[in-house]
Design a protein around this ligand. Structure first.
Ligand SMILES: *Cc1c(COP(=O)(O)O)cnc(C)c1O
Length: 466
């Protein structure tokens, strides 16, 4: 019998994997999680020599309702678009190991999950003879990774809203140079918050949502977490093999808590992780939570690592579910207290750590720039600003017996201004980004109003001639 999925708030009947993927958010407002987390401690030896793709199949087959003979080609196709044969290679740099997650088509780690999710959606839709219309709002990285995940697919259309003139020119070009017929870039005359509130309005319009089969690709989708679990195993095996250590630590630059939650799942499955180091920029609600037990909202600050400029981390509720003894009612009570007051405290016993596994810290702008400069000067290695936040905090938790693996979440060429600020040189380039300069771009400018977006989406779908 294949894995069933339950809601963190305990209010929905368990569903299978494919239903969980199509549902996104659970109907009771919670997030979906597997009913149990399989213990794989006895298989680590056999898994440690597998290729990335073989390992992905072994990990995923424990969680999905897809036969192995279909899962294997899904995984192969998803990672055929990566530019590194190892998919997520590990590089030793001074006293740390860097797990490079940015070799996908848009040069950010979100490709690891979204390349897989695009193929998975198509597979499920084929089986059900259905179509899907994805609506997304982006401030930068997510939009292009989602577009590259679904471009050219028959049963899927994607509408991505970005605030016109308020995403970096490079990020805008990455999105708008994709001119496949199923991709619609909407440049809204407003802010990112406007884009998000329009998205909430349209998803809240249930008639519209059902009639036009609206779906979402945001980071609360369980399939995204699942795809990310794989590289924790892969990275740990490479470093344990190279160093002879039998335990490792991971440092993870964190925004929505999706990436680090995948590491938490890997640890619960039995991967020997001694510590998960949660790293934030100045938007440090999560660092405060894991240091002091205090989960309380602050103002959003704009930093050099914009994909982590987040206060309310959408995946944090999944962690809370385990932290609160897998009790849906307790999660529901805590989340409604948080919604009402913007602040809650985690139950922590006297003198104990907030969590036995997760430690945390903040890497501010100064630390980010100093870390980029230091690795460049001493080792000739360039970090992007998000990865630099992770390395700067990870280095505070070095230990002789447990090597530190720092996740590199974007290629530095995506953030050339920060690299120039840190090193004084304009040296962050990538041929994929250079090549975009000559491509034609396409986007539709719309007022930042729900009605305008609703009309545009409906008209495009109605006129596409089934
Ligand atoms: C999205 C993103 C992050 C944050 O990942 P979460 O899963 O939201 O914690 C970090 N770095 C980069 C480059 C990103 O695009």
């Amino acid at each position: 019998m294949s894995m069933r999925y339950v809601s963190t708030r305990g209010g929905v009947e368990p569903v299978g994997f494919s239903d969980a993927v199509m549902m996104g958010l659970a109907r009771d407002g919670g997030l979906l999680l597997p009913e149990t987390i399989p213990d794989v401690a006895g298989r680590l030896g056999a898994w440690s020599t597998l290729s990335y793709q073989e390992l992905a199949v072994e990990v995923m087959r424990l969680f999905v309702d897809i036969p192995d003979e279909d899962l294997e080609p899904l995984v192969r196709t998803s990672y055929a678009t990566f530019r590194a044969p190892e998919i997520t290679p590990v590089v030793g740099v001074g006293d740390i190991h860097i797990l490079e997650l940015f070799h996908g088509p848009t040069l950010a780690f979100k490709d690891v999950a979204l390349q897989f999710l695009g193929n998975l959606f198509e597979y499920i839709l084929e089986g059900r003879d259905q179509d899907l219309n994805i609506l997304a709002a982006t401030s930068g990285d997510t939009g292009s990774a989602a577009i590259y995940g679904v471009r050219g697919r028959e049963r899927i259309r994607i509408f991505v809203m970005h605030p016109k003139g308020r995403v970096s020119p490079l990020q805008e070009r990455q999105m708008t140079s994709v001119t496949d017929a199923n991709v619609h870039n909407l440049a809204l005359e407003g802010t990112f918050d406007d884009c998000q509130s329009i998205m909430k309005n349209l998803f809240g319009d249930l008639n519209f949502k059902d009639r036009y089969a609206l779906g979402s690709v945001n980071s609360i989708n369980w399939a995204r977490v699942l795809a990310q679990v794989v590289y924790y195993f892969y990275g740990a095996f490479r470093v344990m093999d190279a160093t002879g250590a039998d335990r490792v630590r991971f440092a993870v630059p964190t925004g929505n808590f999706g990436d680090i939650f995948a590491g938490y799942v890997a640890a619960r499955m039995g991967l020997p992780i001694g510590q998960l180091v949660l790293a934030t920029n100045e938007n440090n609600i999560l660092a405060r939570c894991f240091c002091e037990g205090d989960y309380s909202l602050g103002e959003v600050h704009a930093t050099l690592s914009p994909s982590m400029d987040i206060q309310v981390a959408s995946n944090f509720e999944r962690y809370l579910y385990y932290r609160l003894g897998e009790s849906g009612p307790t999660v529901r009570t805590l989340m409604s207290a948080f919604a009402a007051t913007g602040s809650v405290r985690l139950p922590v016993s006297e003198g104990a750590a907030v969590d036995d596994l997760i430690v945390a810290g903040m890497g501010d702008t100064e630390a980010t720039l100093a870390t980029i400069r230091d690795l460049h000067e001493k080792h000739g290695y360039l970090l992007d600003p998000h990865s630099a936040v992770g390395v700067s905090v990870g280095r505070r938790f070095l230990n002789d017996d447990e090597p530190m693996i720092c996740l590199a979440t974007a290629h530095p060429a995506k953030f050339p201004a920060a690299i120039k600020q840190a090193t004084g040189e304009d040296i962050a380039r990538h041929e994929v980004l250079d090549a975009l300069a000559d491509l034609p771009t396409q986007s539709e400018v719309l007022p930042a109003e729900s009605d305008a977006v609703r009309d545009f989406v409906a008209t495009r779908i109605d006129n596409s001639g089934e």
